[in-house]
Write a protein that binds this ligand. Structure first.
Ligand SMILES: [Zn+2]
Length: 430
C-alpha cells in the first residue's frame, strides 16, 4: 500500500468542486475499477470514471491506493427508541418484554428527549459512514404522534447531512383498541415516507394488513412490515401479506423485515415462498442483532439463531438487505451505528461464506438503496448525491472482513467525518 495523502483530503473545504483521482471505486456489481471522481459544488457527482479531465476542479487529490465505497445505508432502525436502554428494563430479554418496556417509557417521552437521542445516534451513524437511514417510528396509543412529528422535524434538519426516511409504524398491542390505529393511520402516514406495522401482534391480522395496504395505496407510499419476527411455523402470515402485495398492486414497493419464520419452515415450503417473493419483487431486510438477542430464549437447548434464511434468500436472487434494527434499547442493548459491524454479524449468523464478503457489502449498499427507492440519487455515478466513503482497505472483502484503519466520510460532497486507528506502522499486504 502506498502512502496516503490524508492531509489533502482533510483539507477539502465544502462548497467547492473537487476531484479524487486514482482510487479503486467499488462498482454497482461489487467489482472494483480504478477511477477518478469529480464532485460538483451542488454536492453531486459530476463524473466517475477512468482518466477524467479534472483541470476545472477547485481541488484535486490523488487517492491512489485507497478504496471508495458508496455510503452505507441502514434500511431499518428505530430512532424513537434509540438510547433508552437504561430507562427500560427488560428482565425477560424477549420481544414482548421489550415491547412492554418501551410502551411504558413512550408515555412519558417528549419531543426534546426523542430529538436528543435520535440526533446522537444519527451523528454516530454518519461518522461511521452511514449516509441514509430508514427509521420505523411507533404510532400508537402510548407514543401518540410525538415520535413521528419530532422525527419529521429531525428529517428536515439533517437533510444535508443524511437522508432520513420515516416509516409510520402503526403498532398494535395486545388488547389495544384497533379503531385508534384505523382513525389515525392517514394522519401518521402523511408525515412519513412509508407505511409500517407488525401483523403478528395484531388481534386481527387480515383486517390489520388491509388497513396498512389501503393507507399506502391511497397516498402512493411503500409498505415496510415487521413480518413474522418469530419461529412459530404454524402461524406465519407470509401468504396473507404476499396476497395483499398482489391484490393492492404493491409489487416492487413492499419490504418484509425480519421474516425469521422462514428458518422454521421446511425447505420445500421456503422455496415456494421464495418464488412468490421473487415474482412479486418483495424485498427482505434481515436484522441479525435483534434476532440473535430476542429470539429463542425459551429453547430448552440449542437455541436457534433466530434470523431468516439469509444465505438462501441471497442466493435465490431476492433483494435482501441487512440493518441495525435497534441501537441501545430494550430490543437490542448494543449497537454503534457501524454498518460494517452489522455486515459481519450477517455473514456469520446468516451462514454466508468467506467468498461472499462482497454480498454482505451489497446488503448495506445497493440492496437497501433499491428497497429504500433511492434510485438515481444513490451510487458512485454521475448525477447521484455524493455520499461516499474513502478508506485505506485494499478491496471490498477486506473492508467487510476487518474494516478500515483510516476513513473519510463524505455526505452530499462534504467531508463530514474522518477517523484513524494507529496501527504502529503495521500494514496489510495485498
Ligand atoms: Zn424493527
Amino acid at each position: 500500500m502506498r502512502d496516503i495523502p490524508t492531509a489533502s483530503i482533510a483539507d477539502l473545504t465544502s462548497g467547492q468542486s473537487f476531484a479524487l483521482t486514482g482510487g479503486a471505486v467499488i462498482q454497482a456489481d461489487g467489482s472494483q475499477a480504478v477511477s477518478d471522481i469529480i464532485v460538483g459544488v451542488d454536492g453531486r457527482f459530476v463524473a466517475v470514471g477512468p482518466g477524467l479531465d479534472t483541470r476545472s476542479c477547485g481541488a484535486c487529490v490523488d487517492i491512489t491506493g485507497m478504496l471508495v465505497s458508496p455510503g452505507f445505508l441502514d434500511a431499518h432502525q428505530h430512532l424513537d427508541k434509540t438510547g433508552v436502554l437504561r430507562f427500560t428494563p427488560n428482565p425477560s430479554g424477549t420481544l414482548q418484554g421489550a415491547r412492554e418496556a418501551f410502551a411504558k417509557y413512550a408515555r412519558t417521552a417528549g419531543p426534546d428527549d426523542i430529538r436528543e437521542r435520535a440526533m446522537r445516534t444519527i451523528k454516530r451513524c454518519l461518522s461511521r459512514g452511514t449516509t441514509a437511514i430508514r427509521s420505523h417510528v411507533n404510532v400508537d396509543k402510548d407514543a401518540g404522534f410525538y415520535g413521528i412529528e419530532t422525527l419529521a422535524g429531525v428529517r428536515h434538519a439533517v437533510k444535508d447531512d443524511i437522508t432520513l426516511q420515516l416509516v409510520a409504524f402503526m403498532t398494535p398491542h395486545p388488547g389495544q383498541d384497533f379503531d385508534w390505529l384505523a382513525e389515525n393511520i392517514d394522519s401518521a402516514v402523511a408525515l412519513a415516507d412509508a407505511v409500517g406495522g407488525t401483523p403478528a401482534v395484531s388481534e386481527d391480522p387480515p383486517r390489520y394488513l388491509d388497513m396498512l395496504f389501503t393507507a399506502a395505496v391511497k397516498v402512493g407510499k411503500p409498505v415496510d412490515l415487521h413480518l413474522d419476527e418469530h419461529l412459530k411455523a404454524d402461524v406465519h402470515l407470509l401468504d396473507a401479506a404476499l396476497d395483499r402485495v398482489e391484490r393492492f398492486g404493491m409489487q416492487g414497493r413492499t419490504v418484509f423485515s425480519h421474516v425469521s419464520v422462514l428458518s422454521a419452515l421446511p425447505r420445500t415450503e421456503f422455496h415456494r415462498i421464495a418464488e412468490r417473493l421473487l415474482a412479486l419483487d418483495v424485498g427482505v431486510v434481515t436484522l441479525p442483532a435483534a434476532n440473535l438477542y430476542l429470539q429463542g430464549r425459551d429453547a430448552e437447548m440449542l437455541p436457534p439463531r433466530g434470523l431468516t434464511r439469509v444465505a438462501e434468500l441471497y442466493r435465490a436472487g431476492i433483494n435482501i438487505a441487512t440493518a441495525s434494527d435497534n441501537i441501545q434499547d430494550p430490543f437490542v442493548p448494543t449497537g454503534s451505528g457501524d454498518m460494517l459491524e452489522i455486515a459481519r454479524w450477517t455473514l456469520l449468523a446468516g451462514h454466508l461464506r468467506g467468498d461472499e464478503l462482497a454480498a454482505a457489502h451489497r446488503m448495506i449498499t445497493t440492496a437497501p438503496a433499491r428497497l429504500m427507492g433511492l434510485g438515481k440519487d444513490y451510487g458512485l455515478v454521475a448525477g447521484a448525491r455524493a455520499d461516499f466513503i474513502v478508506t485505506d482497505c485494499i478491496d471490498t472483502d477486506t473492508l467487510v472482513a476487518g474494516g478500515p484503519d483510516r476513513t473519510f466520510v463524505f455526505s452530499k460532497g462534504r467531508l463530514v467525518s474522518q477517523s484513524a486507528t494507529d496501527t504502529f506502522g503495521l500494514k496489510e499486504v495485498a
